[in-house]
Ligand binder design. Structure first.
Ligand SMILES: *[C@@H]1O[C@H](CO)[C@@H](O)[C@H](O)[C@H]1NC(C)=O
Length: 293
């Protein structure tokens, strides 16, 4: 009987610890103006429900964009976005973090539109110390124009994770010990924009933007920012090591998350710089640790 109780107790403990997930803290939806300001073409952003929703508009005159009020060193940044529907060939929607100096750090989501009924491409990239060339391209497992989906970045001392809804689609681990720069001392702002990129975006620039279909509209909600706010020149975060994203559960993906990452790699990858032997005769050193190969 005692051993039965003991094993019951053990399996309960196992369940509890097994259930502890490394999903980032659930984002809290706020209004646009709480965390963001327009950057350019102010009249091409429209607000609804008191700013709970915003639409970016691209027409033949201009696209538009917005940026976070604050600069941040680490945290979790997410947005619900509904991409331009219908014929969006040539149109790019971006959501990214970037520092402001010459040897800049950047974490990018770029959504490349397509002709009606043809799939979007999601391109991601990571720049550290001014060096990028780490493109990955995937198809999504849903139509991003039909409903809102959540795109987010978790950034701490240990890793950068790109999430689409709950699925980690990419991880960039801190590989400083093997000679790869990692963003840790340059605060970043968050940006988003919608613009015409028909010189490269769709089928490598073959498909041009059809201006008879303008205006092109991308819709946004959420505007969640949970970061360590720092002045642009700060070298460290005042609460470094004490926030939820610094804790053990967020220092690496768990087994279930690596499994999902692998699923994305195997089923949806179009391009991966890690396997491009033409550009990189030897595999970039971070690729193995990031489980990109
Ligand atoms: C657009 O659709 C074509 C044809 O299905 C596809 O080859 C391409 O990858 C799609 N996406 C982009 C952004 O070009």
């Amino acid at each position: 009987m005692a051993s039965f109780l003991w094993s019951l107790c053990l399996s309960f403990l196992f369940l509890v610890s097994g259930a502890r997930s490394a999903q980032p803290k659930k984002p809290v939806d706020v209004q646009f103006g709480r965390n963001y300001v327009p950057t350019w073409a102010f009249d091409h952003i429209k607000y609804y429900n008191g700013g709970a929703e915003a639409q970016l508009i691209l027409d033949k005159y201009t696209g538009t964009g917005f940026q976070s009020k604050g600069s941040y060193l680490f945290g979790h940044f997410s947005m619900h976005i509904k991409m331009v529907a219908g014929d969006s060939a040539g149109v790019v929607t971006a959501f990214y973090l970037s520092s402001q100096n010459t040897e800049h750090d950047e974490i990018d989501f770029e959504f490349l539109g397509n002709r009606t009924g043809q799939p979007y491409i999601l391109q991601t990239n990571v720049f550290t110390g001014g060096k990028g060339n780490r493109e990955q391209r995937i198809y999504l497992w849903f139509d991003p124009t039909k409903t809102y989906h959540t795109y987010s970045v978790l950034w701490n001392m240990y890793q950068i994770v790109f999430f689409v809804d709950d699925v980690p689609i990419r991880v960039f681990k801190n590989s400083k010990d093997i000679g790869v720069r990692f963003p840790f001392d340059q605060p970043m702002k968050i940006y988003s924009s919608l613009w015409n990129a028909d010189d490269w975006a769709t089928r490598g620039g073959l498909e041009k933007t059809d201006w008879s279909k303008a205006p092109f509209i991308a819709s946004y909600k959420g505007f969640h920012v949970d970061g360590c706010e720092a002045s642009v020149n700060a070298k460290f975060c005042a609460t470094q090591g004490k926030r939820w994203w610094d804790q053990k559960a967020f220092q690496d993906l768990d087994a279930a998350q690596y499994k999902r990452l692998k699923w994305v790699r195997q089923k949806y990858t179009i391009y991966n710089y890690c396997t491009d032997r033409v550009r990189f005769p030897t595999t970039p050193v971070e690729c193995k640790r990031d489980r990109d190969i």
